[in-house]
Design a protein around this ligand. Structure first.
Ligand SMILES: *Cc1c(COP(=O)(O)O)cnc(C)c1O
Length: 852
């Protein structure tokens, strides 16, 4: 494989400095301060102009300086040491390899699909939280040694850069990105020719994409790019922008990411000898078409029918959804999907795969729509949300797909998101725990914070706040210049914010549910909080609105107008251009991180975790991750008016709760000082946050949960399905069709509950349930007959149930014993479920027959 960029770099890099090329192109530098320091030392000034991007730096530095460094023994030995360190990092045994020795059947490789990746601002390929999470996932996988191959698209204009018009309206810019200027290499074959992925498009056209590879530590990230002269002009633009364009554009991108992405992973593994993945992780429904390409592969290579391939594909697929509301789900018109997949005419996107069956996978209530989340669930045996609360929301939201089951039984679990510690915590904090090399060590060393004094911790917090204040002033000035102000009228920006004032941050994308403007609900109240003479507060706000969301832009404008007011502008700012580089200053420097979404619409939220890693205290609605991680000592929970349906009233109630918390609890605690100026009680919350939340919010914790709870069982299931010429897949498919055919006739004919002794049974007594069941040709081995007992409400609904398996008795009926779990009104029922050793959950096939 040839490094496209290396040509440029090599031309300028004297031989002794060759290793700099490697260090600059492997993105591990983004979380490795010693490597950053090495580049900074080449030219601190240029380092600042290129915003800390090593590759750009090498392009900027003058040849004489490089010649000089090539003779500088000290610099050369540092470079060698870092090069050796990187090599060691890339090859040594890490956590995954050790676990593999213990467990033996971890997957040889995992493929990870996502429409966006936020690894670094030097590779702007993300819009917000979803992408940054994917980036953190890759970094943690790298640190842990997880053999992951990631795949997505390379957007020629990334998302967009944000600036403000004079009247505070969001303005979008789409800078064109030259992949050759990015830390990417083109994937080429043995002859040096670019590897192209091909995907069939309607009207006999072929879409081609080349593959750019980024190296995220140990993890290869493959990005598909359609901007090729060989492509028809319309098709060339498919990878132009992230989340831009119409439905057609979007489905083309998703077809490319899923189907083309799968082909890219195959090509990459073949060329490089990387093991082929056994497990396929779909990060959000957008990339879900990958499962269809795998169905095509198996149909073609193994001669399996659709149902058999589906069983095999499901076993190895993990689907993570981040959406808590139906409105957030990607849906397409059925005729559009048919258009792209082919409908029996000349065009066939996936030869051998029936478009009718594809459409059934995405079916939903509306027969005209194709639902990507439903397809994701049907193509994956394991599905999860991204916090415990979100898992509950999802089980409720998708329960329609499992009729007859209670929400708790819906087979969707949760893995709470995490963030990559070495990326997001400030050096000063990292240093406290020793320079942690990996997220894993980082997590464990955070526990060592106890002997560090309050005074030292406070000093660090003050340094970080000061750094943020300087950055706020710099960016505010730039923003005003951009809005058309003259240098002469901007002196005031030099004194906005105060390094000693309690600093609150609020930064996120601006969909309505995040309620950017909740803080403005009562502008006078906010003004008085900001301007309090004894206990002032300063508020830094940032966020991007989707370009098509005029409502979101109006919210931004409201904040900007409020913050423009000369009376308060030294205490509140809106900073345009929210991205990873701005985010870092905010997470480092804010004392309090504010989050006030409309509960429960925040699937997880991760910015508060990043603040916590730096000793920031969260002030948040109990939504997403905070609902399970808040403990009363690591921050404050804003009470919510759940159930109040009038949104204005709800905002009023929650805003006033927020103001009250700020004035009665947060501010007094921050300004309560010892003689030496240290806020002791505040610092005990900071310490508690660092020591207890620090390890739990790590992406390394999240990735270990994915590995042990999802990837490992998926690899096992997939292995069972494919062994012996796909015997398992054939069996499951045969079982499924037999059961589905018989199911309409399966009945619980009658049932009875009996107990010994007393006329009213006692709590804890054992009762016997008997029932006669019509199995319609299925055998006792095919089904599970269960007694279900629980509390019964006025509508006859059962709650808090316990279940007991029933067995066939001599007289042909089924019988089981249950210990009564509750006192009071109790009910029972009997149900029949399909049973097969290769199903993971009783509800997996969505089939159940209930008594009555
Ligand atoms: C972490 C992060 C996000 C996500 O934050 P949420 O709390 O999930 O809204 C968005 N953008 C950037 C740049 C981030 O670093």
């Amino acid at each position: 494989m040839k490094a496209v960029r290396r040509f440029t770099v090599r031309a300028h890099l004297p031989e002794p400095l060759r290793a700099l090329g490697t260090l600059a192109t492997n993105l591990r530098w983004t979380w490795h301060p010693p490597t950053q320091d090495l580049f900074a030392s080449i030219s601190p000034r240029a380092w600042a102009t290129v915003k800390g991007d090593p590759l750009r730096l090498l392009g900027e530095v003058r040849a004489e300086r490089l010649e000089q460094l090539a003779r500088d023994e000290n610099f050369l030995s540092q470079t060698r040491a870092l090069d050796d360190d990187l090599r060691r990092y890339l090859t040594e045994q890490r956590w995954y390899q050790r676990r593999q020795e213990e467990l033996g059947d971890l997957p040889a490789a995992v493929a990870y699909f996502s429409m966006e990746f936020g690894v670094t601002e030097a590779l702007p390929n993300y819009s917000g939280g979803l992408g940054v999470l994917a980036g953190d996932h890759l970094k943690a996988c790298s640190d842990l040694g997880v053999p992951l191959v990631a795949v997505g698209l390379l957007y020629r204009s990334g998302y967009f850069r944000q600036s403000l018009s004079p009247d505070g309206w969001q303005v979008e810019h789409y800078p064109l990105i030259d992949p050759r200027a990015l830390p990417l290499e083109q994937l080429t074959d043995a002859e040096g020719a670019p590897v192209l992925v091909r995907v069939a498009m309607p009207r006999g056209r072929v879409l081609r994409a080349r593959i750019w590879q980024a190296r995220v530590g140990r993890v290869p990230l493959l990005l598909l790019d359609t901007d090729l002269p060989e492509n028809e002009p319309e098709l060339r633009g498919i990878t132009d922008r992230l989340y831009g364009g119409d439905q057609d554009h979007r489905i083309q991108q998703e077809i490319l990411a899923g189907i083309g992405g799968m082909r890219a992973v195959r090509a990459y593994c073949q060329l490089t000898g990387h093991p082929q993945p056994e497990v396929f992780h779909t990060n959000e429904g957008h990339a879900g078409f990958l499962g269809l390409e795998r169905i095509r592969e198996l149909t073609e290579q193994e001669g399996l029918d659709f149902d058999q391939t589906l069983a095999a594909v499901r076993a190895g697929t993990v689907f993570t959804t981040h959406t808590p509301v139906p409105a957030g789900i990607d849906r397409y018109r059925v005729d559009m999907v048919r258009h792209y997949f082919g409908d029996g005419g000349d065009h066939d996107l996936l030869p051998g795969v029936s478009t009718r069956r594809v459409l059934a996978l995405g079916a939903e209530d509306n027969p005209n729509m194709f639902n990507m989340a439903n397809m994701g669930l049907r193509l994956a045996q394991r599905a999860n949300g991204v916090s415990q609360l979100h898992g509950r929301v999802l089980r409720d939201m998708f329960r329609g797909q499992w009729p007859g089951f209670d929400a708790e039984e819906v087979p969707i679990t949760s893995v709470t998101n995490g963030v990559h510690g070495p990326t997001w915590s400030a050096r000063e904090i990292n240093r406290l725990f020793g320079d942690a090399d990996s997220a894993l060590e980082h997590a464990s060393r955070l526990r060592g914070v106890e002997p560090i004094t309050d005074a030292l911790l406070w000093e660090i917090r003050c340094t970080l706040r000061e750094r943020l204040v300087a950055e706020v002033r710099r960016r505010l000035r730039d923003a005003w210049l951009h809005r058309g102000a003259s240098e002469l009228e901007l002196d005031w920006t030099e004194s906005v914010f105060d390094p000693d004032v309690l600093t609150i941050g609020f930064a996120r994308r601006v969909p309505t549910y995040k309620r950017l403007t909740l803080m403005l609900r009562d502008p006078d109240r906010l003004r008085s909080i900001l301007l309090d003479p004894d206990r002032p507060v300063q508020l830094v706000v940032a966020g991007k609105s989707h370009p098509a969301d005029e409502g979101g832009k109006a919210l931004i404008q409201q904040v900007v107008r409020f913050a423009d007011d000369p009376e308060v502008r030294h205490r509140i700012v809106f900073l345009p251009g929210y991205d990873m580089s701005l985010a870092r200053y905010l997470y480092w420097g804010c004392d309090v991180w504010l989050n006030n979404p409309l509960r429960p619409l925040e699937a997880c939220g991760t910015s508060g975790m990043k603040a916590a890693l730096n000793g920031g205290l969260n002030l948040s609605v109990r939504d997403g991750w905070w609902d399970e991680f808040q403990d009363g000592r690591n921050g404050w929970s804003i009470p919510t008016a759940d159930g109040v349906t009038d949104p204005r009233r709800r905002d009023d109630l929650e805003a006033s709760a927020l103001y009250r918390l700020l004035t009665d609890e947060v501010t007094p605690l921050f300004y309560e000082r010892r003689e030496d100026g240290v806020p002791t009680r505040w610092m005990s919350m900071v310490r508690h946050t660092l020591t207890t939340l620090g390890p739990r919010v790590q992406a390394s914790r999240m990735v270990r949960e994915y590995v042990e709870g999802c990837y490992l069982p998926a690899a096992r299931s997939a292995g069972t399905m494919s062994a012996d010429d796909y015997r398992g897949a054939r069996e499951v498919a045969g079982f499924r069709s037999r059961v589905e055919a018989a199911w309409p006739e399966v009945r619980v004919l009658d049932s009875d509950l009996s107990y010994d002794g007393e006329s009213v049974p006692l709590l804890g007594a054992e009762v016997t349930v008997t029932s006669r069941v019509e199995l319609a040709g299925l055998t006792d081995e095919d089904v599970m007959v269960q007694a279900v007992v629980g509390r019964v409400d006025e509508d006859g609904e059962l709650h808090e149930v316990v279940t007991a398996d029933m067995r066939r008795t001599e007289d042909g009926s089924f019988r089981g014993e249950v210990v009564l779990p509750h006192a009071g009104a109790t009910g029972y029922t009997v149900r029949v479920l399909p049973r097969h050793g290769l199903l993971t959950e009783p509800a997996e096939l969505g089939l159940v027959v209930l008594a009555g």
